[in-house]
Design a binder for this molecule. Structure first.
Ligand SMILES: *Cc1c(COP(=O)(O)O)cnc(C)c1O
Length: 408
C-alpha cells in the first residue's frame, strides 16, 4: 500500500460491530461485562476487551493501531498531549541519577520539561547539534536515552538519524525521535534506526488544530539490557513488547495521561488527509520560501532550499521535501511585529500544522522564559518570525507577504 491508501485502509476497516466506516466515539468511562470471571480476565490482559477508558478504549485503540502501522511500529500508546507523550516516552526508562542527551534546539516545552526533571535527579546534557560526534562526546554510563527532534522547531536543523542511532546503539542506549514536524509523510524514523518515535498529534496528524494529543510508537527493536535498565527486569518476559508493556501497565496508566475518546476520533479523521495536506503544505512552503529569498535585507530559513546546509539530509531522509515551517529574519523586532500585523491571512497564533497559515514572534512568546543562550541555540533571534504554512493558495500567500513587506 502506498501512503494515501495506507492512511485509509492500513490496520483499519471501520467498526466491525455496526459497519460504521469510522470508529464511533465510545464516550464511556467504563465497560461492563457479563460475569465477574470475564471482567477478571479482561482486567488482567487475559482476554481481549475494555474495562476503563484511562487504560483502553475502542476509539483510542483504533487511532493507536493506525498510527502504529503508519510508522511501522509494533504498537503505540496515545496520550493527552504531545508533552505527555514526550514525558512518558522518557520516564518509562529513566530513574533518578540517569542522564539524557538532547538537542538544544528543541521545542520550548520540552526544554522546560528537562529543567523540571532535574528535581527528580534526571539530568539533561544538551548539544547544539545532535550528531554522531557530539553524542559520542557526551555519552556516559549514566546516559539512558538520546532524544532529538528530526526537524528542529524553530531552528529547522535536520538530524542525520542513521549515524546518531549507530553511536547510541554502540553504547546500548536507545534513540528517541520527536518526529512531529517531519510527520510519517516525510519519513519513518524506524527505517533509519530510531527506536522510539513520539508525535505531538495536536499538529499535523490532527491537521485542523481542534484537539490536543500525543502518541508514542515503539519499533520493538531495542533490546533493554536489564542490568542497565533495571526497571525492565519484570517486563523482560514480554520480549520485544517490554517497553510498551511497561508503559501501559506502569507510569502512563498511573499518571492518567490518557487521550479523550473524542480527541482520538478527531485525530483519526484528520489522519486520513495527512498525505493530501502535507503534499500541499510542503509545496506552499517551498514556493513561499523561494519568494522570501528574493526579498532584500531579509533572511529566510527553509531546509528544502538548495543552498540550505541541511539540503543533503533533506534529500536523503525526506525525499527532498522540507516540511511546512520556515523562519524569516526581518532585521529588527519592530519590523517583525509590523510584518506580522500587516498579514491578512496568517493567524497570529502559537501552533503549527494547522490548515491555515500561522505566524508568531518566538522570542517574545514561546521563548520568553528562555535564557539568551537557549534562544541562540534554538535559532531564535529578536527579529525572527516563524511561519507555519497553511493550505491556502500559494499565490494568495505570496501576495499577502509581498504587500505586508512592502508596508514596512
Ligand atoms: C507542539 C510540540 C510538542 C508538544 O505538543 P503538545 O501537543 O502541545 O503538548 C512537542 N514537540 C514538538 C516538536 C511540538 O511541535
Amino acid at each position: 500500500m502506498k501512503f494515501n491508501t495506507a492512511l485509509l485502509h492500513q490496520n483499519f476497516d471501520g467498526d466491525a460491530a455496526t459497519g460504521s466506516t469510522l470508529t464511533p466515539i465510545y464516550q464511556s468511562s467504563a465497560f461492563s461485562h457479563g460475569s465477574a470471571e470475564r471482567l477478571e480476565a479482561v482486567f488482567n490482559n487475559k482476554a481481549a476487551g475494555y474495562a476503563y477508558t484511562r487504560i483502553s478504549n475502542p476509539t483510542i485503540d483504533a487511532f493507536e493501531r493506525r498510527i502504529s502501522a503508519l510508522e511501522k511500529g509494533i504498537g503505540a500508546v496515545a496520550c493527552s498531549s504531545g508533552m505527555a507523550a514526550v514525558t512518558m516516552s522518557l520516564l518509562n526508562i529513566l530513574q533518578a541519577g540517569d542522564e539524557i542527551i538532547a538537542g538544544a534546539g528543541l521545542f520550548g516545552g520540552t526544554i522546560d520539561l528537562f529543567g523540571d526533571l532535574e528535581a527528580f535527579g534526571i539530568t539533561t546534557r544538551f548539544t547544539d547539534e545532535v550528531t554522531a560526534e557530539s553524542v559520542e562526546g557526551l555519552i556516559t554510563d549514566k546516559t539512558k536515552a538520546v532524544f532529538t527532534e528530526l526537524i528542529g522547531n524553530p531552528k529547522l536543523n535536520v538530524v542525520d538519524i542513521k549515524s546518531v542511532a549507530e553511536v547510541a546503539h554502540s553504547h546500548g542506549v536507545p534513540l528517541i525521535i520527536d518526529s512531529t514536524t517531519a510527520t510519517p509523510y516525510l519519513i519513518n524514523p524506524f527505517d533509519f534506526g530510531a527506536d522510539i518515535v513520539v508525535h505531538s498529534s495536536s499538529k499535523y496528524i490532527n491537521g485542523s488544530g481542534n484537539a490536543i494529543s500525543g502518541i508514542i510508537i515503539d519499533s520493538g527493536k531495542f533490546r533493554w539490557d536489564t542490568e542497565r535498565y533495571s526497571g525492565f527486569k519484570e517486563y523482560a518476559k514480554y520480549g520485544k513488547f517490554a517497553y510498551l508493556a511497561k508503559l501501559r501497565n506502569g507510569l502512563w496508566r498511573n499518571v492518567g495521561c490518557c487521550l479523550a475518546p473524542m480527541n482520538a476520533y478527531l485525530n483519526s479523521i484528520g489522519l486520513e488527509t495527512l498525505g493530501l495536506r502535507m503534499e500541499r503544505l510542503c509545496s506552499n512552503a517551498l514556493q513561499l520560501a523561494e519568494f522570501l529569498k528574493t526579498v532584500p535585507d531579509m533572511e529566510v530559513n527553509y531546509p528544502a532550499l538548495a543552498d540550505n546546509p541541511y539540503y543533503g539530509l533533506v534529500k536523503e531522509q525526506f525525499g527532498g521535501k522540507g516540511g511546512t515551517i520556515l523562519t524569516l529574519r526581518t532585521g529588527s523586532k519592530e519590523k517583525a511585529f509590523k510584518l506580522i500585523n500587516g498579514l491578512k491571512y496568517a493567524c497570529i497564533a502559537t501552533n503549527i500544522g494547522d490548515v491555515r497559515t500561522l505566524v508568531i514572534h518566538p522570542a517574545s512568546t514561546i521563548y520568553t522564559h528562555s535564557t539568551e543562550q537557549q534562544k541562540l541555540s534554538a535559532g531564535v533571534y529578536d527579529d525572527t518570525i516563524r511561519i507555519s504554512v497553511g493550505i491556502e493558495d500559494a499565490d494568495d500567500l505570496i501576495e499577502d507577504f509581498r504587500q505586508a513587506i512592502e508596508k514596512i
